[in-house]
Ligand binder design. Structure first.
Ligand SMILES: [Zn+2]
Ligand SMILES: [Zn+2]
Length: 98
């Protein structure tokens, strides 16, 4: 898909903002960047729409079931992302456009 890639400087800025750890469970391994509002729904590559997740949380938030993972479910993780980003960028957070 065209322009789906997050520019490297944005990627680095998001990792740095989140302390090179999963924003939700503090894991520092297998880090990936998640779009709060998916690209397919118009979500942009702005840091306000991006959050650092470990591959476990990232898989769960996309609806994959992982054996042995009981930290949070898909809905709780999505809510936690909204709270994390909302707190960080308050009072101006909006995930849907850039
Ligand atoms: Zn994702
Ligand atoms: Zn995690």
């Amino acid at each position: 898909m065209l322009s789906a890639r997050i520019p490297n400087h944005v990627r680095k800025a998001v990792y740095k903002r989140d302390g090179y750890r999963c924003a939700l469970c503090d894991n520092n391994r297998g880090l990936q960047i998640h779009h709060y509002c998916p690209r397919s729904q118009g979500g942009c590559n702005h840091p306000m729409n991006l959050i650092t997740l470990c591959w476990n949380c990232h898989a769960i938030i996309h609806g994959t079931r992982l054996a042995g993972y009981d930290f949070m479910d898909e809905e709780a993780l999505t809510q936690a992302c909204a709270e994390y980003l909302g707190d960080y960028y308050a009072p101006d957070w909006y995930p849907y456009d850039g």
